[in-house]
Design a protein around this ligand. Structure first.
Ligand code: DAK
Length: 257
């Protein structure tokens, strides 16, 4: 499959989507977002793929929604804008998605990274929600996910006053999983994705679902949901295989069943 705004490829069991609008700092226009989601959906449906990586280039993961595309929009047109639907599609991806962020992850770019399951960053990464500078506020989850990730004090500074976080700050405040030199970021992201992709596939999906339920449910409902998923895994061949492999001191051979 060839795309206009992204590059998509596989490495082993990892599906990689790389934004490819370098002149516009990978601003998320409709074409880029729709191609990204098409590629992620295709990887999600492919049994040969266990985990995905979404990346930009060294200078920018993505500098936000395309300001030029939305500058003249009316509220009704923004309401009709399918932009936000792509986030809903991303939430429905069942395999883990890792964002590999180098350079700017701003506005919708930061929101997109936060909508992924893990973020790995280069030392040059900058995270920000600078929508206030445009006379708007984040609209694709920034006020919620950033606050949940870094806490109210810092989120207020970022969202009300446009403060950017460096990679080290983002790591310190729990927004990102790991920080690497820019030259090896993608390689390290793919390595981490490869580790996840080698895990028991059904358990991996349900583990992701259970962790993400924390954002959707009360503690009681989340605990009950976790328990149902836990019991369900005892109907899989991989549970039998995993426990037998442990007992017999051998490596498990996962079937995804
Ligand atoms: N959109 C369009 N073009 C962009 C862009 C963006 N977000 N960011 C950068 N570019 C373009 C620049 O216009 C420039 O293009 P030319 O002038 O060369 O044609 C080129 O990329 C290089 O940018 P700069 O010359 O500005 O490069 P610098 O290194 O000086 O600065 C920068 C890099 C990333 C700091 C700067 O470009 C910048 O501040 N960019 C804007 C960042 C920003 O404000 N992001 C938030 C966008 S608002 C929705 C929900 C959510 C949203 C939308 C809808 N719905 C519910 C429907 C999300 C909104 C946003 O993300």
């Amino acid at each position: 499959m060839t795309y206009e705004y992204i590059l998509a490829r596989t490495e082993g069991r990892v599906g990689i989507v790389q934004f490819n609008r370098p002149k516009a700092m990978n601003a998320l226009n409709r074409g880029l977002m729709s191609e990204t989601m098409d590629a992620l959906d295709a990887f999600d449906a492919d049994d040969a793929i266990g985990c995905m990586v979404v990346a930009g280039n060294e200078r920018a993961f993505a500098a936000g929604a395309d300001i030029k595309e939305m500058a003249g929009a009316t509220p009704a047109q923004m309401l009709d804008n399918p932009f936000i639907d792509y986030w809903d599609r991303l939430r429905k991806i069942s395999k883990p998605v890792i964002a590999a962020v180098s350079g700017y992850a701003l506005g919708g770019g930061c929101e997109l990274a936060m909508a992924c399951d893990m973020i790995v960053a280069s030392e040059t990464a900058r995270f920000g929600q600078p929508e206030i500078n445009l006379g708007i506020i984040p609209g694709a989850g920034g006020t919620q996910r950033m606050t949940l990730a870094v806490g109210k004090a810092l989120a207020m500074e970022m969202i009300l006053n446009g403060r950017f976080l460096t990679a080290d700050e983002a790591y310190k405040f729990g927004l990102v999983n790991r920080v690497f030199p820019a030259e090896v970021l993608l390689e390290e992201a793919v390595k981490l994705a490869g580790e996840l992709a080698a895990r028991a596939p059904v358990a991996l999906r349900l583990a992701k679902e259970a962790v993400n339920a924390v954002y959707e449910m009360s503690l009681q409902a989340g605990l009950a949901h976790e328990r149902r998923l836990f019991y369900m895994l005892f109907s899989t061949e991989d549970q039998t295989e995993g426990m037998d492999a442990f007992i017999n001191k051998r490596k498990a051979n996962w079937q995804g069943k």
